[in-house]
Design a protein around this ligand. Structure first.
Ligand SMILES: CC(C)(COP(=O)(O)OP(=O)(O)OC[C@H]1O[C@@H](n2cnc3c(N)ncnc32)[C@H](O)[C@@H]1OP(=O)(O)O)[C@@H](O)C(=O)NCCC(=O)NCCS
Length: 279
């Protein structure tokens, strides 16, 4: 096996092997979304996208996709095909992806509770923070009246950047077009603080605010805007995000164990709901 830079023609094989490795049967729209995101990151971070192949290029056995945003390194995707695991491919791919972060001060990734992956991340110097998730159907009778939150537009992306810089030390600037195309932006900009949330059909995919009161307003507004009767989720919550857990429990959502937030040279940002793919 050789480790080489990923190319656009690898995206289909990478999508399939990540679904197999993660044991998830993605429906068509999720497959398309995964592939569009991989193509987006191939454009923004070609140096962070790596695959393992059989040298002839016929078999793509593994993939690692990393991104750099300001001085923050983020691992977005990491998997080896189940038929090829346990032979050192994952270690070599992670080395390549971590190498792309040379010069970055901090690192972040969200990990499934996969023992091999956790072993690799701890070996690479990451601190593993267990996370919780909120899932279920919002109890609409629990929704309070919330003001000060409005739908955002591209004119609000400077606010998003400044909140991101303050809360997690790095923006998501190159990802704005992709994220805006796939989710709804909510913004809160008050004298006492500001923040934003991204809402997709399956739930809140990212939220950041300069204080907990603003974060709670945003989360309540996001939950109020979900489709009545449809299941939603809010994931990747370390114990630093009790402001979110308290809202979710009042909203009738179920709290249980999720996975891990792995961080290097930083504490969990708060109040913050990290994105699965963009940190
Ligand atoms: C996590 C994952 C990518 C690791 O890939 P992998 O190829 O199995 O990892 P490796 O083979 O490098 O490491 C597994 C072990 O095999 C060992 N190994 C076996 N043969 C080896 C060889 N020829 N050379 C080097 N190491 C070898 C490694 O040393 C390692 O053992 P260690 O933990 O004691 O160091 C893979 O298990 C996976 O895809 N998991 C499911 C998907 C997932 O959960 N991804 C992460 C989600 S965020």
């Amino acid at each position: 096996m050789r480790i080489r830079p990923m190319r656009p023609e690898d995206v289909g094989a990478a999508e399939r092997l990540t679904a197999l490795a993660c044991g998830s049967d993605r429906p068509d729209d999720r497959r398309r979304h995964w592939s569009d995101r991989a193509r987006h990151l191939l454009t923004t971070d070609p140096g962070g996208c790596w695959v393992a192949d059989d040298d002839g290029g016929a078999v793509v056995a593994g993939v690692a996709i990393a991104l750099r945003r300001d001085l923050l390194w983020v691992l977005s995707t990491y998997a080896v095909h189940p038929d090829h695991q346990g032979r050192g491919i994952g270690t070599a791919l992670l080395d390549a992806a971590v190498g792309y972060g040379a010069g970055c001060l901090r690192g972040m990734l969200t990990s499934r509770p996969d023992p091999q992956a956790l072993r690799r991340y701890r070996g690479a110097g990451f601190t593993l923070h267990p996370t919780m998730r909120l899932t279920g159907v919002v109890d609409r009778s629990a929704l309070p009246a919330v003001d000060g939150v409005r739908p955002g537009t591209t004119a609000d992306l400077d606010l998003v950047d400044s909140v991101d810089r303050r809360v997690r030390g790095a923006t998501h600037r190159p990802d704005h077009p992709f994220v805006m195309a796939h989710s709804t932006l909510l913004v809160c900009d008050l004298l006492t603080g500001s923040g934003y949330a991204f809402l997709a059909p399956r739930g809140v995919t990212r939220l950041a605010a300069t204080n907990r009161a603003v974060a709670q307003r945003l989360l309540w507004s996001a939950l109020a805007r979900t489709t009545p009767g449809s299941p939603v989720n809010v994931r990747n919550l370390t114990s630093d995000q009790e402001w979110a857990i308290d809202v979710g429990l009042v909203a009738g959502l179920r709290l249980d164990q999720d996975a891990y937030l792995a961080l290097r040279h930083m504490r969990p940002p708060a109040p913050y709901v990290p994105s699965l793919a963009f940190g």
